[in-house]
Design a protein around this ligand. Structure first.
Ligand SMILES: *[C@@H]1O[C@H](CO)[C@@H](O)[C@H](O)[C@H]1NC(C)=O
Ligand SMILES: *[C@@H]1O[C@H](CO)[C@@H](O)[C@H](O)[C@H]1NC(C)=O
Ligand SMILES: *[C@@H]1O[C@H](CO)[C@@H](O)[C@H](O)[C@H]1NC(C)=O
Length: 335
């Protein structure tokens, strides 16, 4: 499905509203908002354009250049979703993260398991939840969402799984007011990401007595790589006990900043056990200005805090995830 009228409409609106070059993919502005060029409605009852989300995503043409909004009615959608790398400028939005749910339960391999995969840049997702319902028996990676595209923004999105819930694989990402649930390595990958005001729900209680979970497993592989995870003003609670993280790769970088952390954290805070000791000199794990009973312990590992104040400030700011202005547009796409 392609819309030639959009070229003309956009062209005139471009002139009329003075949209600058960087915004030329978009149609028009109303107040501070940038309106999508076209809208597709997904409604299982048949009153929209499609009854499944994937058929709606599939209708977005290759090399898409105009923001398209895919509006998904409330409901439970049992399907797997893929946004291909040649499908940028998609706004995917549900009716609420407890109302529009996408659920599948694959677990054969990490790369094959995601319920939702997005490979394109310029993607915005709002008010929807992705669930991997695999029941962890036996324990397997079972990804709810794979985020592999650059310049992606998630607002009020839920990610529910057990092991490897959110594969924050590659690119600059902003997660705002999201809910992320899991027990083992449940936020992992080499994304360069700012998580702000997110609810981190630990379900490590299901691992059994004496076994702790891991919130993060970050995947930075060298000093030259700029990626890392920042959790700013987050809320951490749940069942069982957990480490804040362990390294997936040898230069892992994760900070928790201004978070409220309840009493479910292993006193050591961080783990490096799967790796030889020399990795300790290369890992950057930090905790700054957090509060709550899990935020401090005299038993914290001594090797965690090796970031300078300026690095912490950089990693906690939009400059960490945006130097080209994509976020300004993505924050304003919608109605
Ligand atoms: C979606 O359905 C509405 C109502 O039937 C129609 O007006 C609109 O053109 C359709 N949009 C697309 C993208 O097919
Ligand atoms: C923290 O999580 C526990 C276990 O799920 C729950 O009982 C408790 O009410 C939660 N506390 C807050 C402040 O959310
Ligand atoms: C985005 O840019 C516009 C104009 O360039 C500016 O007025 C606005 O404050 C910016 N918004 C954000 C969220 O940075």
């Amino acid at each position: 499905m392609y819309f030639p009228w959009c070229h003309f409409t956009c062209f005139f609106l471009l002139l009329g509203f003075g949209v600058d070059l960087a915004n030329s993919q978009t149609c028009r502005r109303v107040g501070g908002k940038i309106l999508p060029c076209w809208t597709i409605v997904v409604d299982p009852s048949g009153h929209g354009n499609f009854t499944t989300i994937q058929s709606a995503i599939g209708s977005v043409p290759s090399n898409n250049r105009h923001w398209v909004s895919i509006n998904v009615k409330a409901g439970i959608y049992r399907e797997k979703l893929v946004i291909r790398d040649d499908q940028p400028y998609i706004l995917l939005q549900g009716e609420g993260k407890t109302k529009t749910l996408v659920e599948w339960g694959d677990h054969d391999t990490t790369s094959q398991s995601p319920t939702f995969s997005t490979m394109a840049e310029y993607i915005v997702v709002k008010y929807i939840s992705f669930i991997n319902s695999y029941n962890n028996n036996p324990p397997q990676p079972a990804v709810a969402a794979l985020v592999s595209g650059d310049k992606s923004y998630f607002l009020s999105v839920g990610f529910f799984g057990f092991q490897d819930t959110l594969w924050d694989n590659y690119g600059h990402h902003y997660y705002k007011s999201c809910t992320i649930q899991g027990a083992v390595d449940f936020i992992f990958g080499a994304g360069q990401s700012l998580y702000e005001d997110c609810d981190i729900r630990v379900i490590a209680g299901r691992l059994g007595p004496g076994i702790s979970g891991y919130i993060t497993a970050q995947g930075r592989t060298s000093l030259r790589e700029t990626n890392g995870f920042t959790f700013k003003s987050c809320f951490i609670n749940g069942t069982g006990t957990t480490y804040l993280g362990r390294p997936w790769k040898e230069y892992a970088r994760v900070i928790f900043h201004n978070c409220k952390i309840l009493n479910i954290i292993q006193p050591q805070g961080w783990d490096n056990r799967p790796y030889p000791n020399f990795y300790r000199n290369q890992l950057s794990f930090g905790e700054y200005n957090n509060y709550g009973p899990g935020s401090h312990s005299p038993q914290r590992v001594k090797w965690i805090n090796k970031l300078s104040l300026s690095t912490v400030q950089w990693m906690s700011s939009f400059a960490f995830i945006d130097t080209v202005g994509w976020l300004n547009i993505s924050l304003r796409i919608g109605y």
